[in-house]
Ligand binder design. Structure first.
Ligand code: PMP
Length: 407
């Protein structure tokens, strides 16, 4: 990986914040986009902006091609069997809500159980809570180990003949835990349950093969994988999606409309009512090209190198608490510094030009599990460097000194 060449593709990184070079360590919230992505989107707006699936004119045809080619690109990126299995959504949140509403409302009945974990982002817990309320069903939690990992025997232990859905994240946005989705899917299926996976933090950082994992649903967001905001993907097995009803109705998703009755078109457009996110799909397609060009495996191993480097250095800071597993963690580190509120910490780091996240990271149940109300989080991607991590660590140390110094 040529890091200097990569950084040139991300002009946003080449700026000063409060007089210091920007060090962007908040990719887990939103990644930056290379010029290849923004160029593809401006080319669409400047040269062939038009609606899709409608017009026969040249621009409309080109826009439709761009949009549908993006779907093909996503299909091969996650190795889905068929392009119909790729539904474009607004993001991970919208994708999970689609499953909870459309699949959940039909397949969950009173007394059924939905298995989740305490490490879920709110996007993969609240839709299931609401489904459970609508149906008088029960949420069941896979217990977490102290280091924030899941033991497969505990997955097995919570499964009953009432379990209908297992909803679990692939990678925790707080702990960095990488869950063994293939084995969890196997356990779910053995109990005749379906598995839906939150892939918001995995797809951007590792090769994901939905057929190999044998998951029923898999959701992720464009803006965490070098793409634009406003687009995400719901993958679902065609035989399951085929039987599901849309949750939004309107243009494009219909087959035939009469005054009082209508019928729906086929997958995938059945789930994409109205004008879709055309420029965003084209941007996402360019983001996938970029990741493929660098190589998903190369990105993963570079990130692993960065996170290990940062973890070792951060561990040496007195009074630091780092959450999550020591080994096998994704490229993010969530932590607290004794005597410094995470918001103060993030503000102090920002004044040095370092962008980290502070707060509950949309994972309040997990904060409760960790016994804290908030934490700070540094997250890494292919455009970060060890020099940046050195500066971040120095800034952390200075901040600690400032806040804990006895005057
Ligand atoms: N799940 C996880 C694990 C996440 O990290 C996020 C984003 N923070 C989401 C779901 C929600 O993604 P989005 O806001 O793009 O819908």
């Amino acid at each position: 990986m040529d890091i200097n060449a990569i950084r040139k593709d991300f002009p946003i990184l080449n700026q000063k914040v409060h007089g210091n070079p920007l060090i962007y360590l908040d990719t887990s919230a939103t990644s930056q986009s290379p010029v290849q992505v923004t160029d593809a989107m401006s080319e669409y707006y400047n040269e062939y902006n038009s609606n899709v699936h409608r017009g026969v004119h040249t621009l409309g045809t080109k826009a439709t091609d761009g949009y549908e080619q993006a779907r093909m690109k996503v299909r091969s990126f996650i190795n889905a069997k068929r392009y119909e299995e790729i539904i474009f959504t607004r993001g991970t949140t919208a994708a999970i809500n689609l499953v909870a509403r459309s699949f959940g409302d039909v397949n969950i009945s009173e007394g059924d159980e939905i298995v989740v974990t305490e490490m879920e982002h709110h996007a993969n817990i609240v839709p299931w809570q609401e489904l459970a309320k609508r149906k008088n069903a029960k949420l069941v939690f896979i217990p977490l180990e102290e280091d924030g990992t899941i033991k497969l025997e505990n997955v097995e232990a919570v499964m009953t003949d009432k379990t209908k859905i297992v909803a679990v994240t692939h990678v925790s946005n707080v702990l960095g835990t990488i869950n063994d989705i293939k084995s969890i899917a196997e356990i779910a299926h053995k109990h005749d349950a379906y598995i839906t996976v939150d892939g918001a933090q995995s797809v951007p950082h590792m090769s994901v093969d939905v057929q190999d994992l044998d998951v029923d649903f898999y959701a992720f967001s464009g803006h965490k994988m070098l793409g634009p905001t406003g687009i995400g993907v719901l993958y679902g097995k065609a035989e399951i999606l085929d039987k599901m009803e849309p949750i939004e109705y309107g243009g494009d998703m219909i087959d035939f409309v009469d005054l009082r009755e209508s019928t729906w078109t086929d997958l995938p457009v059945k789930f994409e009512a109205g004008t879709p996110m055309i420029a965003e799909a084209i941007g996402l397609s360019a983001a996938i090209d970029y990741i493929n060009e660098v190589g998903a495996d190369e990105i993963l191993s570079y990130e692993q190198e960065l996170v290990k480097y940062a973890y070792d250095k951060m561990s040496e800071i007195e009074g630091i608490e780092i959450y999550g597993p020591t080994e096998e963690r994704a490229g993010l580190i969530t932590f607290n510094l004794d005597g410094v509120h995470p918001h103060d910490l993030a503000t102090a780091l920002d004044s040095d030009g370092v962008a980290v996240r502070a707060g509950h990271h949309c994972a309040q149940p997990l904060m409760k599990f960790l016994g804290v109300s908030s934490t700070a989080r540094a997250s890494f991607y292919l455009y970060n460097t060890k020099d940046e991590i050195d500066f971040f660590i120095d800034s952390l140390k200075r901040t600690k000194e400032f806040f804990t110094h006895e005057f």
